[in-house]
Design a protein around this ligand. Structure first.
Ligand SMILES: [Zn+2]
Length: 249
């Protein structure tokens, strides 16, 4: 029996518009930790004090072009939960090229990249990597035609219909900009590429594989999810968990 669904929403061409503000928002937030006056984090990191970070640049046209090709590659080559070997390899290779300390195969296919840049908070940035057992029906030139077997051995089409292809691309772009601008911030960036968000297995598998013991305790964790919104908009609402200052134009 096939458990297949289809999707045909043409959301993909908007990727450049959607994730770019995400990168900018993230970088502003991640590098602005020294600006949030009077706050401290769960790990005890003092977030008050003088401003020690500078604004980071957005991606260049060349970076955007490269990331768009990476995005299309990942989109065309989706992998089911706990089977994200190719995507994880891409993420690990990318992180190494940017100078991160890279650990692979955490809880299966999980990847952690550390960029230590002096005293300061540890900021965990997370992207999930897995796709869904669905048939893509967008008609895009880079639409997925991939098939595979789900955990019970059933053949299924595979598609990135939840946006994790964008999440991976976004985190790759953010890690590159952070690495290229180390003179403008301080602290530690911990990039986490997580398997199996769709089934709920990946986060647990990483924790059971020693995730919290093998790496620094993050002061702040940032994740993201794509939504269908006009370019330049960032939705937000009341968030009781943490203080947040958004810097930008
Ligand atoms: Zn998802």
């Amino acid at each position: 029996m096939k458990s297949e669904q289809t999707f045909s929403m043409r959301r993909i061409p908007a990727c450049r518009c959607i994730w770019l503000p995400g990168v900018i928002l993230l970088l502003s937030t991640a590098t602005g930790w020294a600006q949030a006056g009077g706050a401290s984090t769960a790990a005890g990191q003092d977030l008050s004090g003088p401003r020690t970070s500078k604004a980071l640049p957005g991606p260049t046209a060349d970076q955007l072009a490269k990331l768009e090709s990476v995005y299309k590659d990942i989109h065309a080559n989706p992998e089911l939960s706990m089977q994200e070997q190719r995507t994880a390899r891409m993420a690990a290779d990318w992180l190494r090229q940017q100078g991160y300390e890279v650990t692979e195969k955490i809880g299966g296919t999980g990847v952690v990249g550390l960029l230590r840049n002096g005293e300061g908070a540890t900021v965990l940035l997370r992207a999930d990597m897995d796709a869904l057992p669905m048939k893509e029906n967008t008609g895009l030139p880079y639409a997925s035609t991939k098939t595979g077997k789900d955990p019970s051995g059933v053949d299924t089409a595979i598609a990135h219909s939840c946006g994790h292809d964008m999440h991976v691309t976004w985190l790759m772009g953010a890690t590159q900009i952070l690495a290229q601008n180390r003179d403008k911030w301080r602290g530690t960036v911990m990039a986490v590429f997580q398997p199996a968000e769709e089934t709920g297995e990946g986060a647990r598998a990483m924790v059971e594989d020693g995730m919290v013991k093998r790496f620094p305790k993050p002061d702040i964790t940032l994740a993201q999810h794509v939504m269908s919104l006009p370019a330049g908009r960032s939705p937000y609402g009341a968030a009781p968990c943490c203080p947040c200052r958004i810097v930008g134009k």
